[in-house]
Design a binder for this molecule. Structure first.
Ligand SMILES: *Cc1c(COP(=O)(O)O)cnc(C)c1O
Length: 397
């Protein structure tokens, strides 16, 4: 991608060239068997990824967006329901909610974790909703719609506060669909269960993306739903394949949303490296923390003791973010903004009627965040160069 940079934002060459022989074997096997769709390579990866996530089931699909949409539909979201998520995520989260027939509504974030603020979730349910005495459903007072699910996003590789979210979900009869698209292998210490839990194993179902730049990326598009619920797994299996459990017998209308056999084969090989790659990302995050710790005008990522982040992104905050972004670019350092405009202020959602000021933390944070280069194969020299460039910008002598 931008490997001509002194410090590329992501590196999609180094990790792959090292595994070239194994990847070529996947192509050769596919060429010789003609099993392009489904088959043992897809099933093998699904079994491995379910084991990696500590879930009973994994169903490979075409993308993370497919995974979210199918997980929501399969879990039983009804047309017109409200599904709660955060404004500071990739638009795929809300696209999936809308495409599942529901209406997204937002809960602002906690400024330390960048994830859903549990107090604001409680506040929303208390101030804007009531529990229907007969059904026990949570009803949004003004619109009379049922609030039926929460989609917590484990942003930047750090899991949301799942114990609290699951507690709230239980009392309000809400489904929980984890958006784990940035959190392959992330962990959360559950006080309730007294053990570490993997991303994708805590909600009713979870969505993963294997878009090339994610911690586990395909050679193109891919995604997966993980769940412990057999019915949900079966339904996702049908949704990805035109609603058929048996060829040409369509129980429901579905989608064309399968994971290609070649991608599954590639992913199976890369999955074996994921623990090591995530470990490297953590080390690089520690190095950035040390290198940048003395800079007063920036806020570094805050690692909560109850989570183990997999640092999909390493995001700092500083006032003149746009200036630094430009200065980085002049010095051939790749950097990014995740994300510059919160979803409630996107043009696509003008019709939902939100305005500036509705979700102040998301809005403030969006103006000052900056994602530094982060991938498993960063070198200490590259990190030092990023830090030096950063300091020169902040404290020009
Ligand atoms: C990447 C991503 C998605 C969408 O995944 P695709 O595979 O690109 O469809 C959804 N949510 C979040 C938070 C993501 O980062």
């Amino acid at each position: 991608m931008d490997n001509h940079n002194a410090v590329p934002f992501v590196d999609l060459l180094t990790p792959h060239l090292k595994l070239e022989g194994e990847f070529v074997e996947v192509f050769r096997k596919t060429l010789k068997t003609g099993r392009f769709i489904g088959g043992p390579m897809v099933e093998g990866f699904e079994a491995d990824f379910a084991q990696y996530c500590d879930t009973r089931y994994c169903v490979g699909v075409g993308s993370g967006t497919d995974a979210l949409r199918f997980a929501l539909i399969a879990s039983g979201i009804n047309k017109g329901d409200i599904v709660l998520t955060v404004p500071n995520t990739f638009i795929a989260t809300t696209e999936a909610i809308t495409q599942a027939g529901a209406l997204p509504d937002f809960i602002d974030i906690d400024e330390d974790s960048y994830n859903m603020d549990i107090n604001k979730l409680r506040e929303y349910l208390k101030a804007q909703c009531e529990i229907d005495a007969k059904s026990g459903h949570t009803i949004h007072r003004k619109s009379k719609r049922r609030v039926s699910a929460i989609v917590p996003v484990h942003l930047y590789g750090q899991m949301a506060d799942m114990d609290a979210i699951l507690d709230i979900a239980e009392t309000h009869k809400l489904l929980v669909i984890e958006d784990a698209c940035q959190a392959h292998g992330a962990e959360y210490y559950s006080q309730k269960e007294n053990c570490w839990k993997k991303a994708g194993s805590m909600g009713n179902a979870a969505a993963f993306s294997f878009y090339a730049g994610k911690n586990l990326g395909a050679f193109g598009e891919g995604g997966a739903v993980t769940t412990n619920d057999e019915v949900v797994a079966q339904k996702v299996g049908m949704l990805r394949d035109h609603g058929q459990a048996k060829k040409y017998f369509h129980d429901i209308e579905g989608y064309n949303g399968r994971l290609d056999a070649i991608q599954a084969g590639i992913l199976q090989i890369k999955l074996r490296q994921l623990t090591g790659w995530n470990e490297s990302r953590r080390k690089h995050a520690d190095s950035y923390n040390n290198l940048l710790g003395s800079v007063e005008s920036i806020i570094l990522p805050k690692a909560s003791v109850s989570t183990r982040s997999v640092y999909h992104l390493y995001v700092v905050r500083l006032k003149n973010r746009d200036g630094l972004l430009k200065y980085f670019s002049e010095n051939n350092i790749g950097a990014g903004l995740h994300y510059p405009v919160p979803l409630h202020l996107q043009k696509a959602y003008l019709g939902l009627g939100y305005k500036e000021g509705d979700f102040p933390v998301s809005e403030q944070v969006a103006k000052v965040i900056l994602s530094l280069p982060m991938h498993p194969h960063l070198t200490s020299g590259q990190q030092e160069f990023v830090a030096k460039t950063f300091m020169t910008y902040v404290n020009p002598s």
